[in-house]
Design a protein around this ligand. Structure first.
Ligand SMILES: [Zn+2]
Length: 461
């Protein structure tokens, strides 16, 4: 068999790998590459293979850097089946449409700005996204399936976001048995709502993520206390807590934690708003997937009927409601997207809150270089929002413990479960420095070759 690394190789976006077995071709993930606009557009549009030669696709989870280029794949001729968990299929139903909307808006904006240039086509349209949904096939965890002849695959819970999966592939090639394991993105123990990552004990080859392969973070249990402190402190000053959060995972985690804190009387009785149509829709998918909940969330479901809704929590969908929220002057918590403060309604909330010392901007997600979120983390005094300069007087608080990725120690502990059959580890989905630090950790742990493939690298196994 042949394995080719086509994306998220020495970087963190555009996850895509190609497995060729018995003359059949199976794609692992088909994520959107995110970077500078032109480069990203070219890379996402131009597949390094003919999409109609791909027999099937296995999708690890719904994050756009893993799923977001599926509509392009279908637009360019892919007609195979997309195997994923039911929760991921349902999340994609919302997220790919949202992504298509962004692609269309982007093209519209560029065409308006460069009226006389060549017309820019969106990477894909709403129609492409809708068409791609027809190819999704939801599979439960622990139910073996056959994506292509000679490969028996099974999903295990990756504990990263709702529906995320580790894929085990038992490959039979002319009588030779090989087991390949793909982590997708690996979560960590103790995350709210979802179950902990499952352990795997056997593999010949492992493709592992390495996002935080070089970092060790706080234990996940500090989070509730930190959240309680920020909300209580800000409410006492009469201010708002503005939380930029990704629509999938982080928003529901925050809501879940606030629910717990409110139930225990640990935060003051102030209203809490989720102001993002996508987050609201995604939360609806979470509600329908109790099959993915951990024990605590099942208990909350039993006790309250809805882990994502409680007395003081409001979901806003329409724009007028969102605008009213902007002008409110009572203490409250507002959770909105995008998580890195690049687009979306969060910008309106920041614009309104940033100049008041009584407010707090609470950062709970990873912020990439060059984003407004990163400038806030750096506590810059002057920031630009919608092209206007604002002097920041609001406080900025950062809670790091919310990460949905295993850190270096957690990745190493998870890998330590594999027995001596392990022949090679491939590290993907991490910047080179992170992957190298993880490789160093693995080599201290066991004698196994570790490869950090570059984009386009192939191996015959
Ligand atoms: Zn992810």
């Amino acid at each position: 068999m042949k394995l080719t690394f086509l994306g998220a190789a020495q970087t963190v976006t555009g996850s895509m790998h190609l497995l060729e077995v018995n003359g059949h071709r199976l794609l692992l993930d088909c994520g959107l590459y995110q970077g500078h606009r032109r480069e990203a557009f070219e890379r996402n549009r131009g597949f390094p293979f003919d999409p109609d030669t791909i027999d099937a696709l296995i999708l690890s989870h719904a994050h756009i850097d893993h799923s977001g280029n599926i509509p392009s794949l279908v637009r360019h001729g892919f007609r195979g089946e997309i195997f994923t968990t039911s929760a991921t299929r349902d999340l994609c139903g919302t997220m790919l449409l949202d992504s298509a909307h962004i692609q269309e808006k982007d093209a519209e904006y560029l065409n308006k700005r460069h009226k006389h240039g060549t017309k820019v086509e969106p990477l894909y349209t709403m129609r492409d996204a809708v068409a791609s949904l027809a190819f999704f096939h939801g599979v439960s965890y622990h139910r073996p399936f056959t994506p292509i002849p000679g490969v028996t695959a099974e999903f295990l819970d990756a504990g990263h976001i709702l529906g995320s999966a580790i894929t085990i592939m038992d490959i039979n090639e002319e009588g030779r048995e090989t087991r390949l394991v793909f982590t997708g993105d690996l979560g960590r123990d103790g995350l709210a709502v979802i179950r902990d990552p499952e352990r795997v004990y056997k593999a010949d080859y492992l493709i592992s993520e390495s996002t935080y392969g070089g970092r060790s973070r706080h234990p996940a249990d500090d989070i509730e206390q930190e959240l309680q402190d920020v909300v209580t402190h800000t409410a006492r000053k009469g201010g708002k807590v503005i939380i930029p959060a990704f629509s999938v995972g982080r928003t529901q985690e925050i809501v879940y934690n606030l629910h717990q804190l409110a139930d225990a009387g640990r935060i003051p009785e102030i209203p809490i708003f989720v102001d993002s149509p996508l987050s609201t829709n995604v939360t609806e998918v979470f509600r329908h997937h109790a099959d993915c909940y951990d024990e605590e969330t099942c208990k909350l479901l039993q006790d309250s009927g809805d882990p994502f809704g409680f007395g003081r929590l409001h979901y806003t969908r329409d724009v007028d409601e969102s605008k009213r929220l902007n002008s409110t002057n009572v203490p409250c918590v507002i959770i909105s997207a995008s998580g890195m403060c690049e687009t979306g309604r969060i910008l309106h909330h920041l614009k309104n809150a940033i100049t008041e010392p009584k407010n707090t901007i609470l950062i709970v997600s990873f912020q990439a270089e060059g984003t407004l979120g990163q400038r806030l983390v750096e506590r810059q005094q002057q920031v630009s929002i919608f092209g206007h300069q604002y002097t920041r007087r609001a406080e900025v608080a950062v809670i790091n413990g919310f990460s949905a990725h295993a850190d270096k120690d957690e990745l190493l502990a998870w890998m330590a479960n594999f027995d001596d059959d392990l022949k090679r580890v491939f590290l993907v989905h991490g910047n080179l420095d992170q992957a190298e630090m993880l490789a160093g950790g693995i080599k201290e742990q066991r004698e196994v070759p570790v490869t950090i493939p570059a984009r386009g690298d192939s191996v015959s196994l």
